[in-house]
Design a protein around this ligand. Structure first.
Ligand SMILES: Cc1ncc(COP(=O)(O)O)c(C=O)c1O
Length: 417
């Protein structure tokens, strides 16, 4: 397959590097894709498709790392936002849409007695941690998963004082004994367990909870006066409207959601027990931002939820995901490629396990080759991050993507067996 023409992307990237450190920040850097093979900029999107500045078309299976739950440029949503914009949306005081959205959210998310809205997942996880620390009078956080760029949880520690990140301790998923041991080792010091209720770590297979695992975590938290926080930034409004807690019938004390609820408009929230939320009103916990009360994103979220409920988007996404996952599994079996599919229909990941073991680079070469073949054929996936399904992915796009995956796997198998 010929290499993609990405000259416009490269030109924009060169320009960006003069003004922006690294050109693009965070995990949008070319380094996180296949450098030299992937576009570096996008220009526009519609539904399940996107176009880069060189005019290449892609089926988008990254969905902006999760927020795109409906599809790009969803007319009904954007029209509602545009109409709202005409009356202003940034005031000193709250507007009624805050109440409407809060009422709606409390009717959807099983553990939500109250909620408040922020703009990003990092803001929401930071707020939840602060509430838990204040409420329990303890400092340490046991965590599993990615929770954003806050000092307490950033995956790398440059610029963060030691004592801050040292109060955060990671625990392995699906291992109750390990969690119990950590709680015992940090007796009376753990304020919160913050975890993604399913495991979706970068460059790892997606792992679902073993039978009894989430119940066990819940029981450990209750027994030890620890606030249980579910980070459902990816799973809320995606696995189910009310997230994993709805599907698995577990009530955390606090929950953080974002991404899907806005379909790209910047909104996130903390929901949970009234008793915990109330500590915000005694003036001892400060959570505030100029933009938190902006109603534009609240109106967007209300419209996203309206569309999701009316169109039964969650069911549709599960069905679409099942359709492509079945085809990918069959393709792996048929081609005998050394690839592995994990996850659930709304979010799944194709990985290349180190079957040779040790220092062998073979699996990495297969991975690079696979994702390069995919992008050259117009399929936008990322080597280290799982894929997402959007409601506007058509059957035609799903089947085309499955064919591209099969073709790319066969090439990998033939050339890098
Ligand atoms: C599970 C999870 N929590 C928190 C965050 C941080 O959210 P944001 O990037 O909106 O700050 C992310 C972002 O990817 C996430 O996936």
């Amino acid at each position: 397959m010929p290499k993609l023409k990405i000259t416009q992307s490269e030109k924009l990237y060169a320009e960006a590097q003069q003004y922006i450190p690294g050109g693009v920040i965070g995990i949008r850097r070319p380094l996180n894709f296949v450098p030299g093979e992937y576009p570096i900029f996008f220009e526009r999107g519609k539904g399940g498709l996107m176009w880069d500045p060189d005019g290449n078309e892609f089926i988008d299976f990254l969905c902006a790392y999760g927020p795109i739950i409906l599809g790009h440029a969803e007319d009904e949503l954007d029209e509602a936002v545009a109409a709202h914009m005409k009356n202003g949306f940034c005031f000193n005081l709250a507007q009624k849409w805050q109440n409407e959205l809060a009422k709606k959210v409390c009717s959807i998310v099983p553990s939500a007695e109250q909620c408040f809205f922020v703009k990003t997942g990092s803001g929401a996880t930071g707020a939840a941690v602060r509430l838990a620390r204040y409420h329990t009078g303890k400092n340490k956080i046991l965590q599993h998963g990615y929770h954003g760029w806050g000092d307490w949880c950033a995956p790398v520690h440059g610029g963060i004082p030691d004592h801050v990140y040292k109060d955060t301790i990671s625990f392995p998923y699906n291992d109750l004994d390990a969690l119990e041991k950590l709680i015992a080792e940090n007796k009376d010091e753990v304020a919160a367990i913050m975890m993604t209720p399913l495991s979706h770590e970068l460059n790892h297979d997606i792992e679902m909870p073993k039978a009894g695992y989430l119940e066990g975590v819940r029981a450990l938290a209750t027994k030890n006066n620890i606030v249980l926080i579910f980070d459902e930034v990816r799973t809320g409004f995606r696995v189910a409207m009310g997230g994993m807690q709805e599907k698995y019938k577990i009530k955390p004390d606090l929950t953080v959601m974002g991404k899907g609820m806005g379909n790209g408009y910047a909104i996130a929230m903390v929901v949970g027990k009234k008793e915990l939320m109330q500590s915000m009103i005694d003036g001892k916990v400060f959570i505030s931002s100029t933009y938190f009360p902006n109603s534009l994103e609240m109106v967007a979220a209300l419209k996203v939820i309206e569309i999701m409920e009316r169109e039964n988007v969650i069911d549709a996404i599960w069905k679409k995901g099942e359709r492509i996952m079945k085809k990918i599994s069959a393709a792996i079996e048929e081609t005998k490629a050394k690839a592995h599919l994990s996850g659930i229909p709304p979010m799944w990941f194709i990985s290349f396990p180190n079957v040779e073991g040790g220092d062998s680079k073979a699996y990495r070469n297969r991975r690079v080759r696979f994702f390069t073949e995919c992008i050259q054929r117009g399929l936008f996936l990322q080597p280290y991050h799982h894929a997402y399904i959007a409601w506007r992915h058509t059957d035609e796009q799903l089947d085309k993507a499955a064919n591209i995956i099969k073709e790319s796997l066969s090439i990998v198998m033939k050339e890098l067996p």
